[in-house]
Design a protein around this ligand. Sequence first.
Ligand code: C5P
Length: 209
Amino acid sequence: MIVAVDGPTASGKGTVAKQLARHYALPFLDTGLLYRAVGRQVAINKGDADNAADALAACDFPDSLLDDSALRDEATGSLASRVSIHPEVRAALNKHQVDFANQQGGAVLDGRDIGTVIAPDADVKLFITASPEVRAKRRYEEMAKAGGIKTYEEMLADIIARDERDMGRDEAPLKPAEDALLLDTSDLTIGDAVQRAIALVDAQLRSRS
Ligand code: C5P
């Protein structure tokens, strides 16, 4: 079974996807991490994230970079969003994702274009959303705990800018697949969101059998 989980930043999609993978005993890939590694490698190379050649060169990052805690910060998220606009970068990262999705036994992947590009024939497609204000609050609280220095307003502006870039790009824009099931987590705890997601997947599987 292939489960595609897409949605904007801080919607809860990462946690939901990870818990789905655990629940159904499937391997899991956080595809955002690949784009974050490219963004971070551009910075290490002192390149320009908006330059396609610099961004493509950064796709050759060492595997060890995937364990770098700096990948999780908002600055790297923003770089990831900038490098992910380039079709060359997306093409360089796609094969690994497609192979992961199509491995024997299936997989759960989370990202922005899993249901639309990477696994258009996925058995279940979820699109997880939440209002920008709720997402900014979540991200702000998470970053504040880690000693972050941004205000809530700055975080909200970052999130809105990232949404616009991800939804407005020509190549693989963030949008729900036509057959995606929508889950709005604005008023849900993460535990409730996971339970709803499991119920949606189970219902979809029952309707197909
Ligand atoms: O999911 P995460 O916030 O880690 O993703 C970082 C950025 O990488 C996103 O804002 C998006 O621009 C890009 N991305 C993408 N396609 C994916 C996963 C992430 O374009 N499948």
